[in-house]
Design a protein around this ligand. Sequence first.
Ligand SMILES: [Zn+2]
Length: 471
Amino acid sequence: MAPSDSDEPPAKRARLEVDSEDEEMVYAAPEPVRASNLYLDTINRAALDFDFEKVCSVSTSNINVYGCLVCGKYYQGRGRKSYAYAHSIHDDHHVFINLASTKVYVLPDGYEVSDPSLEDIAYVLRPTFSRASVPAPDHARISYDLASQPYLPGYVGLNNIKHNDHMNVIIHALLHVRPLRDFLLLTDHNGTELTRRFAVLARKIWNPRLFKSQVSPHEFLQEVNRASNGKFRLEQQGDPIDFISWLLNRLHKDLGGTKKRSSSIIFATFQGSIRVETQHVLVKADGEAKPTFDIDRDIKSNTSPFLLLAIDLPPPPLFQDSVEKNIVPQVSIHSVLSKYDGKTAQENLGILRRYQAESLPPYLIFHFKRFTKNAFVEEKNPTIVNFPLKGLDMRDYISGDHKEPILYDLVANVVQESVAGTTRDKENTVWKVNLLAGEKWYQIQDLIVEEARKEMIFLGETTLQIWERRK
Ligand SMILES: [Zn+2]
């Protein structure tokens, strides 16, 4: 590329001291190529990180931003008055990548370099996938980062920038739901900035050619903050259930979803429906048995859609003596799911209710209600739920007569832990996620990724689970 007069650096022009024809010739000839080869050696891949919000480090503008491939900083523009240009002169750093187009330029000279050796950088900046390159569920293949450290694409640590672990676990859990993940990896959709950044994050987490085996969710969480009007902030510990509820509804809307079933990938993947039957309780004399549904009277029936199925935990014993104090109550998942068997009735303020699913989605999200607020404090219920990792039979919880089991397998399990020596409230909780990779389980807590023993998984205080319907 022959630069026009105005783009040309004055230093270069003075040094050449040739007439304009020769100058033209010199610029078109191999000289810049040699220079660029020299400059390409100054690229420091270990300093590169394209996870942070793409704004100029000086002007904070997000328009026309370049990344310096020597120090990793972002600067605006490449014209003679630009910050990138100034950086190239003051710091003697000469190779820049346009963060939007992934084109690489040498500054202050201003010419574009295209060299196959730069392709890995463009890929880290913007990973792409094809049907053939999307990782298969049972073929977890190890990759190696720049420092030759092994990692498993999709199972990489996420930075906890301040207090965003409650959002990290949801990001990981959702990005292990195959239809949603594949949609984000493969579709160049016309969504919003939020859906675009979520897709970029998905591609980074599943990138088999990462320079370092960890990813920062910073860019996505900045947009979450904006889109939620500051409700979800990385500086503040929050509730993953609130976050996933907001995120799913928001993604659904941003992807053009309507009230109709399957009108977005979110509804198509996670939406089921629940039938609620209600009946007023007739006042009975004291001492009578628990109120039950009276089939001779009017029973109201209402069906409503859900994305998360809320599961109540039995209240833990209020008073424990010193011996019992360390005994954590345990329940089976079927005993807590019995709320949805269509028979078990719950009474509240004179109204009886019973629940059963009308339809169950391909991916079922359970929310175990651990936090209860009484008049004074928010308290956590420590009850342990026992569940199988594979083959949870849901047929009792869906209407109709089912001879065959309706089986679900666990793919993600979000657990919480109270920080030692603190009160058992949400503020002092750390969040971890268990994820299935082929036949193995991993536990991820921010940057810590470790294999998890299967028999340990149900011992955590599970708060959210995602189950995949077996085909
Ligand atoms: Zn630099």
